[in-house]
Design a protein around this ligand. Structure first.
Ligand code: PAN
Ligand code: ZN
Length: 191
Protein backbone atom coordinates (compact mmCIF):
# COMPACT_ATOMS: atom_id res chain seq x y z
CA UNK A 1 0.00 0.00 0.00
CA UNK A 2 1.39 3.36 -0.88
CA UNK A 3 1.12 6.56 1.08
CA UNK A 4 -0.25 9.68 -0.54
CA UNK A 5 0.02 12.80 1.59
CA UNK A 6 -0.54 13.86 5.17
CA UNK A 7 -3.10 16.52 4.15
CA UNK A 8 -6.56 15.58 5.49
CA UNK A 9 -9.09 14.95 2.74
CA UNK A 10 -12.36 16.79 2.31
CA UNK A 11 -15.54 14.74 2.76
CA UNK A 12 -15.63 12.22 -0.02
CA UNK A 13 -18.30 10.11 -1.70
CA UNK A 14 -16.90 6.77 -2.84
CA UNK A 15 -18.83 4.42 -5.12
CA UNK A 16 -18.08 0.71 -5.07
CA UNK A 17 -18.36 -1.29 -8.27
CA UNK A 18 -18.78 -4.58 -6.45
CA UNK A 19 -18.95 -6.71 -9.61
CA UNK A 20 -15.57 -5.34 -10.70
CA UNK A 21 -14.02 -4.93 -7.25
CA UNK A 22 -13.23 -1.27 -7.97
CA UNK A 23 -13.74 2.06 -6.25
CA UNK A 24 -14.51 5.44 -7.76
CA UNK A 25 -12.71 7.76 -7.39
CA UNK A 26 -9.84 5.29 -7.45
CA UNK A 27 -6.78 5.25 -5.26
CA UNK A 28 -3.85 2.82 -5.32
CA UNK A 29 -4.41 -0.68 -6.68
CA UNK A 30 -2.29 -3.73 -6.05
CA UNK A 31 -2.10 -7.10 -7.79
CA UNK A 32 -0.67 -10.09 -5.96
CA UNK A 33 0.48 -12.96 -8.14
CA UNK A 34 1.58 -16.38 -6.94
CA UNK A 35 5.23 -15.27 -7.01
CA UNK A 36 4.40 -12.60 -4.41
CA UNK A 37 3.26 -15.30 -1.93
CA UNK A 38 6.64 -16.93 -1.46
CA UNK A 39 6.98 -18.94 1.74
CA UNK A 40 3.26 -18.85 2.58
CA UNK A 41 1.76 -22.03 1.08
CA UNK A 42 2.72 -25.30 2.79
CA UNK A 43 3.52 -27.12 -0.46
CA UNK A 44 6.53 -25.11 -1.64
CA UNK A 45 7.08 -27.36 -4.67
CA UNK A 46 3.50 -26.81 -5.85
CA UNK A 47 3.97 -23.06 -5.29
CA UNK A 48 7.14 -23.06 -7.44
CA UNK A 49 5.41 -25.01 -10.23
CA UNK A 50 2.52 -22.55 -10.23
CA UNK A 51 4.92 -19.59 -10.42
CA UNK A 52 6.81 -21.20 -13.30
CA UNK A 53 3.70 -22.20 -15.27
CA UNK A 54 1.54 -19.06 -15.43
CA UNK A 55 2.15 -17.21 -12.14
CA UNK A 56 -1.60 -16.58 -11.68
CA UNK A 57 -3.15 -13.56 -10.02
CA UNK A 58 -4.24 -14.73 -6.57
CA UNK A 59 -5.79 -11.47 -5.36
CA UNK A 60 -6.15 -7.77 -6.07
CA UNK A 61 -6.70 -4.78 -3.79
CA UNK A 62 -8.36 -1.55 -5.00
CA UNK A 63 -8.33 1.37 -2.59
CA UNK A 64 -10.11 4.70 -2.47
CA UNK A 65 -7.94 7.85 -2.39
CA UNK A 66 -8.05 8.06 1.45
CA UNK A 67 -4.39 7.83 2.46
CA UNK A 68 -2.67 5.54 4.95
CA UNK A 69 -1.80 8.22 7.48
CA UNK A 70 -2.74 8.54 11.16
CA UNK A 71 -6.37 9.57 11.92
CA UNK A 72 -7.60 8.78 8.41
CA UNK A 73 -9.67 5.63 7.70
CA UNK A 74 -8.39 4.16 4.43
CA UNK A 75 -10.57 1.49 2.83
CA UNK A 76 -10.20 -0.96 0.00
CA UNK A 77 -11.89 -3.82 -1.81
CA UNK A 78 -9.97 -7.08 -1.91
CA UNK A 79 -10.83 -9.67 -4.58
CA UNK A 80 -9.46 -13.16 -3.99
CA UNK A 81 -9.84 -15.36 -7.05
CA UNK A 82 -10.94 -19.00 -6.70
CA UNK A 83 -8.19 -21.59 -6.67
CA UNK A 84 -5.77 -23.59 -4.60
CA UNK A 85 -2.04 -24.33 -4.40
CA UNK A 86 -1.92 -28.09 -3.95
CA UNK A 87 -5.07 -28.22 -1.79
CA UNK A 88 -4.47 -24.99 0.19
CA UNK A 89 -7.04 -22.41 -0.85
CA UNK A 90 -6.08 -19.08 -2.41
CA UNK A 91 -5.53 -16.51 0.31
CA UNK A 92 -4.02 -13.15 1.12
CA UNK A 93 -0.51 -12.91 2.54
CA UNK A 94 -1.85 -11.91 5.94
CA UNK A 95 -0.36 -9.36 8.30
CA UNK A 96 -0.24 -7.77 11.73
CA UNK A 97 -0.79 -4.08 12.38
CA UNK A 98 2.37 -2.98 14.26
CA UNK A 99 0.34 -0.27 16.01
CA UNK A 100 -2.41 -2.61 17.28
CA UNK A 101 -5.75 -1.20 16.22
CA UNK A 102 -9.04 -2.81 15.16
CA UNK A 103 -10.27 -3.30 11.62
CA UNK A 104 -13.64 -4.02 9.96
CA UNK A 105 -14.25 -6.31 6.99
CA UNK A 106 -17.61 -6.33 5.16
CA UNK A 107 -18.40 -9.23 2.82
CA UNK A 108 -19.46 -7.98 -0.63
CA UNK A 109 -19.69 -10.99 -2.96
CA UNK A 110 -18.72 -14.63 -3.03
CA UNK A 111 -17.91 -16.64 0.08
CA UNK A 112 -14.71 -16.68 2.06
CA UNK A 113 -13.21 -16.84 5.48
CA UNK A 114 -11.41 -14.48 7.81
CA UNK A 115 -8.63 -16.32 9.62
CA UNK A 116 -7.22 -14.59 12.70
CA UNK A 117 -4.35 -15.52 14.99
CA UNK A 118 -3.13 -13.87 18.18
CA UNK A 119 -0.05 -16.08 18.54
CA UNK A 120 -1.99 -18.62 20.62
CA UNK A 121 -5.57 -18.84 19.43
CA UNK A 122 -6.88 -19.15 15.87
CA UNK A 123 -10.33 -17.84 14.97
CA UNK A 124 -12.24 -18.39 11.73
CA UNK A 125 -15.22 -16.34 10.59
CA UNK A 126 -17.21 -17.37 7.52
CA UNK A 127 -17.78 -14.28 5.40
CA UNK A 128 -20.71 -13.76 3.02
CA UNK A 129 -22.26 -10.69 1.40
CA UNK A 130 -23.51 -8.50 4.25
CA UNK A 131 -21.52 -10.07 7.07
CA UNK A 132 -19.07 -7.99 9.07
CA UNK A 133 -15.91 -9.55 10.42
CA UNK A 134 -14.33 -7.65 13.30
CA UNK A 135 -10.57 -7.92 13.74
CA UNK A 136 -9.60 -6.91 17.28
CA UNK A 137 -6.33 -5.05 17.92
CA UNK A 138 -3.34 -7.40 17.97
CA UNK A 139 -4.79 -10.22 15.85
CA UNK A 140 -2.97 -11.13 12.64
CA UNK A 141 -5.45 -11.63 9.80
CA UNK A 142 -5.65 -13.41 6.47
CA UNK A 143 -8.57 -13.90 4.08
CA UNK A 144 -9.33 -17.07 2.12
CA UNK A 145 -11.63 -17.76 -0.84
CA UNK A 146 -13.57 -20.92 0.04
CA UNK A 147 -15.79 -21.18 -3.05
CA UNK A 148 -15.57 -21.24 -6.83
CA UNK A 149 -16.23 -17.58 -7.66
CA UNK A 150 -14.29 -14.44 -6.70
CA UNK A 151 -14.61 -13.52 -3.00
CA UNK A 152 -14.77 -9.76 -2.41
CA UNK A 153 -14.80 -7.75 0.79
CA UNK A 154 -14.42 -4.17 1.92
CA UNK A 155 -11.75 -3.47 4.55
CA UNK A 156 -11.76 -0.30 6.68
CA UNK A 157 -8.69 0.25 8.84
CA UNK A 158 -6.89 2.97 10.81
CA UNK A 159 -4.43 4.79 8.58
CA UNK A 160 -1.68 4.85 11.20
CA UNK A 161 -1.76 1.14 12.04
CA UNK A 162 0.94 0.03 9.54
CA UNK A 163 1.29 -3.44 8.00
CA UNK A 164 3.78 -6.09 9.15
CA UNK A 165 3.99 -9.09 6.78
CA UNK A 166 7.09 -10.60 8.38
CA UNK A 167 5.20 -11.60 11.51
CA UNK A 168 2.94 -14.00 9.58
CA UNK A 169 5.87 -15.38 7.57
CA UNK A 170 7.59 -16.20 10.85
CA UNK A 171 4.70 -17.32 13.08
CA UNK A 172 2.12 -18.51 10.54
CA UNK A 173 -1.60 -18.20 11.26
CA UNK A 174 -2.01 -21.18 13.59
CA UNK A 175 -4.05 -23.03 10.93
CA UNK A 176 -4.08 -23.65 7.21
CA UNK A 177 -7.26 -23.73 5.14
CA UNK A 178 -7.53 -26.64 2.73
CA UNK A 179 -10.14 -28.11 0.40
CA UNK A 180 -10.51 -31.84 0.93
CA UNK A 181 -13.29 -34.39 0.35
CA UNK A 182 -15.59 -31.69 -1.00
CA UNK A 183 -15.33 -29.57 2.15
CA UNK A 184 -13.21 -26.78 3.61
CA UNK A 185 -11.05 -27.74 6.58
CA UNK A 186 -8.79 -25.90 9.02
CA UNK A 187 -5.64 -27.91 9.70
CA UNK A 188 -3.43 -27.03 12.68
CA UNK A 189 -0.15 -25.41 11.62
CA UNK A 190 2.09 -25.43 14.70
CA UNK A 191 5.41 -23.58 14.41
C1 PAN B 1 -6.76 -5.50 3.96
C2 PAN B 1 -5.61 -6.31 3.33
C3 PAN B 1 -5.95 -6.91 1.96
C4 PAN B 1 -4.80 -7.72 1.37
O1 PAN B 1 -7.02 -4.37 3.20
O2 PAN B 1 -4.48 -5.48 3.23
O3 PAN B 1 -7.06 -7.77 2.11
O4 PAN B 1 -4.24 -8.60 2.30
P1 PAN B 1 -2.67 -8.49 2.67
O5 PAN B 1 -2.45 -7.05 3.06
O6 PAN B 1 -2.49 -9.42 3.81
O7 PAN B 1 -1.90 -8.83 1.45
C5 PAN B 1 -6.32 -5.15 5.38
O8 PAN B 1 -6.39 -5.98 6.25
N1 PAN B 1 -5.78 -3.95 5.60
O9 PAN B 1 -5.34 -3.62 6.82
ZN1 ZN C 1 -5.32 -5.33 8.14
Amino acid sequence: MSHFSATPLDPLLVTMDIAAGRMSPPGPTMVRRMADLEGLFADQAAWARSVESDNPVVYEVSSSPVPEVPRELPHSITTIFPGACSNELYMTKGHQHPDPQGEIYLGLSGVGGLLMYDGTRTEWLEMRPGTIGYIPPGWAHRSVNTHDEPYRFLAVYPGGAGHDYGWVLKHGMGSRVVARDGGVHLLPDPR
